[in-house]
Design a protein around this ligand. Structure first.
Ligand SMILES: O=C(O)C(=O)C[C@]1(C(=O)O)C=C[C@@H](O)C=C1
Length: 359
């Protein structure tokens, strides 16, 4: 049996080997980057990254678990990608928001951050080229759809190339680790709503004050010992706060889905991965049975619908846009046939994106 010092020496030796091998990989990525610059082709290739991870998981003898292999290689490829060209990602800031967390989980931590003040600015950044990609929330399982994101997708030249689903855990953050003496709780109205049961029970006397984002609440909580914020652990460490209470959201499985958007010239629609989704927005002529009719081609071709949301068209005529998610990829004949038929029945039809579904 080796003692701790010997085991650490062995780890140090392996780390030196790893470092040399990783740098060889990084040098290869640099060469790929040069090639792509000459060709003018896209740096980020999600299908290639998925394939790299899949191949490694197939060959993985353990003891590392498949999910750990994926986590490690996502970061390695994020670092290699950033050597080819820094990927600028816009999201609702400031630092410490769940949108930032979604951006980092999707692209890995080697990205250039473009924090924005609202969703409109995220779309603007990715449209104007200030950022390569945008990450916006589209749906929360307790609060419903994020209407501004859906409205912006409707008229935007950006398309969805990926999605990520985050388990949103809200923590009570403050300068002290205890709950004593909290007079004001600051957070985004959605977070205050998602934690109202806990707040009524544990801090009944504290004032609830709405602010522009949870990260902003955390920033303010760092300025006053009688204040607390509700935000992510990430926001807590960003502003040097203690977690005075963990996971205070009333819903245990509070999930938010985020869409990753970009211009088609930055990244074309990803190829089929085997588990894909097509997001559409359509409107139908204003006549009885029209909504029923657009669903018929899906049934006929055996295509499953995973989402159906309506939003007012704001035409003043009780017209609606329908946001529809379908399972599959347009390269599959039955999906292509269903889409073509559906399109022929719609007054308005736009594919918002085709992308691999989140794990
Ligand atoms: O294979 C490529 O096209 C690369 O650029 C290399 C690499 C990688 O690190 O493996 C990096 C970025 C791409 O998103 C895909 C893969």
């Amino acid at each position: 049996m080796r003692d701790l010092a010997q085991l650490r020496d062995a780890i140090d030796a392996v780390d030196r080997e790893l470092l040399a091998v990783l740098n060889r990989r990084a040098a290869l990525a640099n060469e790929v980057g040069e090639l792509k610059r000459k060709e003018g082709s896209t740096v980020y290739r999600p299908e290639r990254e998925a394939q790299v991870i899949h191949n490694l998981q197939q060959r993985n003898p353990g003891p590392l678990k498949a999910a750990q292999v994926a986590t490690v290689w996502r970061e390695i490829m994020s670092a290699c990608r950033s050597l080819e060209a820094p990927q600028r990602v816009a999201y609702l800031g400031p630092k410490g928001t769940f949108s930032e967390q979604a951006a980092v989980e999707f692209f890995g931590s080697s990205i250039e951050h473009v924090p924005c003040v609202n969703f409109d600015e995220v779309f603007q950044a990715a449209t104007s080229g200030t950022a390569d990609f945008g990450v916006v929330p589209v749906e929360n399982n307790s609060e419903g759809v994020v209407t501004r994101s859906l409205d912006l997708l409707l008229h935007s030249p950006l398309h969805i190339v990926g999605e990520i689903s985050l388990l949103v855990r809200h923590h009570l953050l403050r300068l002290s680790p205890s709950l004593d003496g909290v007079e004001v709780v600051l957070a985004h109205p959605q977070a205050l709503a998602q934690c109202q049961g806990w707040l009524s029970k544990h801090l009944p006397g504290a004032e609830r004050r709405a602010v522009s984002s949870n990260a902003e609440g955390a920033r303010l909580a760092a300025t006053n010992p009688a204040w607390a914020g509700i935000a992510s652990e990430r926001a807590g460490s960003e502003f040097g706060l203690h977690v005075a209470a963990h996971a205070i959201q009333d819903e245990a499985f509070n999930r938010t889905r985020f869409a990753v958007v970009c211009l088609p010239q930055v990244l074309a629609a990803p190829q089929a991965s085997g588990q894909d989704c097509v997001s559409l927005v359509v409107s139908v002529p204003n006549r009885p049975g029209a909504v029923h009719d657009i669903l018929a081609p899906l049934k006929r071709h055996g295509v499953s619908m995973t989402r159906f949301e309506s939003r007012p068209a704001r035409s003043g005529q009780w017209e609606y846009f329908f946001y529809i998610d379908l399972q599959g990829h347009p390269s599959q004949p039955q999906v292509a046939a269903a889409l073509a038929e559906l399109q022929s029945l719609c007054a308005f039809y736009k594919v918002l994106g085709t992308y691999p579904v989140a794990d």
